[in-house]
Design a protein around this ligand. Structure first.
Ligand SMILES: [Fe+2]
Length: 193
């Protein structure tokens, strides 16, 4: 029984590697493509920004709020990826001297999450170039990571799975269908998904 489930695990890791090679993308070549953000476009969609709740704001002010919120939305992903990556690297230790296919799958996962963090740092800087100064994202990534990683592995993995699932839902239900959204902002979250 154990031997059979080990084979299946190895197959699943091998499929993860194949898929990660097939869908691999580059921050500049595939996502940014020489573009800049533009303050004429919304960033975070109304469905996530809860724009309707800002009843006293004009349309222009709501768009400005969506740009600030979009920047923070990107920064929150950069924040959670710090602990996700640390957990994946920690789990990889079980395979250092064992199943090298599993090890490769986890290293590739880690590599992707490092790339995502770089993408979101880039988004923060690019949005900072076009919005007024004074924005701060005052959360220490490492303090959050240490707090989360203090919980059990299964709790951290369940939280990670939840994040992966809502990332896809947000894109499909709110980001993709909003025609007023910045195409660059959309692409960031399409490729990230
Ligand atoms: Fe990510």
């Amino acid at each position: 029984m154990n031997a059979i489930s080990k084979i299946h695990d190895s197959d699943r890791y091998a499929r993860c590697i194949q898929t990660s090679k097939r869908v691999r993308w580059d921050i500049d070549k595939d996502v940014i493509r020489g573009r800049r953000f533009d303050t004429n476009h919304k960033f975070l969609p109304d469905g996530l920004a809860l724009a309707d709740a800002f009843t006293t704001l004009s349309a222009d002010e709501k768009r400005f709020v969506s740009q600030i919120q979009g920047r923070t939305y990107a920064n929150v992903f950069g924040l959670v990826e710090r602990f996700i990556n640390a957990k994946v690297l920690e789990l990889s230790e079980d395979h250092w001297f064992g199943d090298q296919v599993a090890l490769e799958a986890l290293v590739r996962f880690s590599d992707e999450e490092l790339k995502h963090q770089a993408l979101f740092r880039r988004v923060d800087a690019m949005v900072g170039d076009i919005l007024p100064g004074g924005y701060r994202f005052d959360i220490d990534h490492n303090s959050v990571a240490h707090a989360v990683l203090g919980k059990s592995t299964w709790a951290v993995l369940a939280l990670t799975l939840d994040i992966e699932l809502f990332t896809q839902l947000h894109y499909r239900q709110s980001i993709d269908p909003d025609p007023q959204l910045s195409e660059l902002f959309k692409d960031v979250f399409l490729f990230h998904w």
